[in-house]
Design a protein around this ligand. Structure first.
Ligand SMILES: N[C@@H](CCC(=O)N[C@@H](CS)C(=O)NCC(=O)O)C(=O)O
Length: 202
């Protein structure tokens, strides 16, 4: 069976886990952390990062975007959580890239705090990372509403999942999404009730 390497605390891993659930692809999860289980993680990703996805034949995929691309192919491009071509596809890719980039910036801020001795933590760098994260989230918040329940096209797409994991990380980093990003917060509240999201809660 397909193995997902990583803990759902990681927004990148959770994004993959949610997609696996939405597509109904059976998998087992190896709840390893990029920092705490580095040696084991290297067995499937030489970079020592989560997530990795190990396919039935042992092939290991790394990086959440590449993994999602493969899951779309497995599920069928015509049924995937992203249009197969054109401007609509580019819109989903743009939002997902902004949101996963926001996660990168949020994690960079967290790493500065958690992986440096207190006297070496550079607060202006943390502030800069969080400002970039906020800007990306605010850009999506300001997009005209296309449908009441989802960001685009009246259906769940990778854009919603990416927003979900980014908003959750932002909240964990003490960004007050309730007041700063009310639309995104309302979206994630709604998604929290859907089985693929609920069942992957860390
Ligand atoms: N671009 C990668 C980012 C993955 C990533 O940053 N994973 C974090 C956990 S959320 C990690 O393993 N960090 C440990 C490290 O960078 O050494 C992806 O999309 O999969």
């Amino acid at each position: 069976m397909i193995q997902l390497v990583g803990v759902n605390r990681s927004p990148f891993t959770r994004r993959v886990a949610i997609t696996l659930r939405v597509y109904g692809i059976p998998y087992q999860q190896q709840p390893l952390s990029g920092f705490g289980n580095r040696a084991e993680v290297r067995g499937s990703n030489a970079l020592g990062r989560i997530p990795a996805l190990i396919l039935d034949d042992g092939e290991a995929l790394v990086d959440s975007a590449a993994i999602i691309d493969h899951l779309d192919e497995m599920h069928g491009r015509d049924r995937a959580l992203i249009p197969s071509a054109g401007a609509d596809r580019r819109t989903v890719l743009r939002i997902a890239a902004l949101m996963m980039g926001a996660c990168d910036k949020g994690l960079a801020a967290a790493y500065e705090r958690n992986h440096h001795p207190p006297e070496k933590v550079h607060q202006p760098w943390i502030d800069d990372c969080l400002a970039q994260m906020r800007h990306a989230l605010s850009a999506v918040e300001a997009m005209p509403a296309a449908s009441p329940n989802y960001l685009l096209f009246g259906r769940l797409t990778h854009a919603d999942i990416a927003c979900f994991v980014a908003e959750r990380l932002a909240r964990g980093l003490q960004i007050d999404t309730e007041s700063e990003l009310p639309r995104l917060r309302a979206l994630t509240r709604k998604l929290e009730d859907e089985p693929a999201f609920r069942s992957t809660e860390p």
